[in-house]
Design a protein around this ligand. Sequence first.
Ligand SMILES: [Zn+2]
Length: 75
Amino acid sequence: MREIKKVNPSTCVYCRMETTNPHVDHRIPRVLGGNATPQNAVIACSWCNLSKGPRPYPVNPPPGYVGPWPPDHWD
Ligand SMILES: [Zn+2]
């Protein structure tokens, strides 16, 4: 987790907005077979983390987000 925060400490991978309260999110939810490994850990803002829940992506964009949802940068 420490390496991830060092690389990108405050930018949410989902909405790409700066967050003052970064959460470490499981990119692939554990209920979908994701593991608690650094490869599966990403920084998410609290909104996206909570909106995502046990799904692959957040359902709703955070307040203040501008642009298409889902964003183009999602794979
Ligand atoms: Zn976000």
